[in-house]
Design a protein. Sequence first.
Length: 184
Amino acid sequence: MPVYKTSREEIIKKSFKVFLSKGYYHTSISDLSKACEIEKAHFYYYFKDKKDIMISVLFFGKEWAIKNMFVNAYNKQISPSERMKKMLEVFKSIYLKDYNGCIFSNTALETSNNDDDFAQVIKEYFDSWKKALIAIYIEKFNSPESEQRATRFFNELNGAVMMMKLYKDISYLDGFINNHINEI
């Protein structure tokens, strides 16, 4: 395998895709090195082990979502339904390619019974979702109802993603998105 110069960020971005498609437990350092086109030993220059890479991937994904997806929820120059639509368009375009779902939901489901090392960053991601949703709902509903709607939204979103993945049918997600955009 040819060895190319790379950076920590490039390894994280390429590893993100591998973890998303294969999951944490089914991904090996060999899988990651092949995807990154580097020797396995090169990973250890940047990361101490696979868990360290995964934590870095999750932090990268969370920060990316805050800057590129959740930011739409706080743009008061557009209507709440437009903010929701923009946020969900980003979610759909990034996290749902090839029906792989969301790396945070996938990792939470895969590892929560065996390994709590990823729980904190996954919770931070989900909390960012909830805050963004509340920022949209609060313009139409009171505070307790906004929180309830945000929780319901997120639960239903994960159900729609699960059904989409299971049946490889985007209509589950599209129906969910249309229902929630129309309620605002």
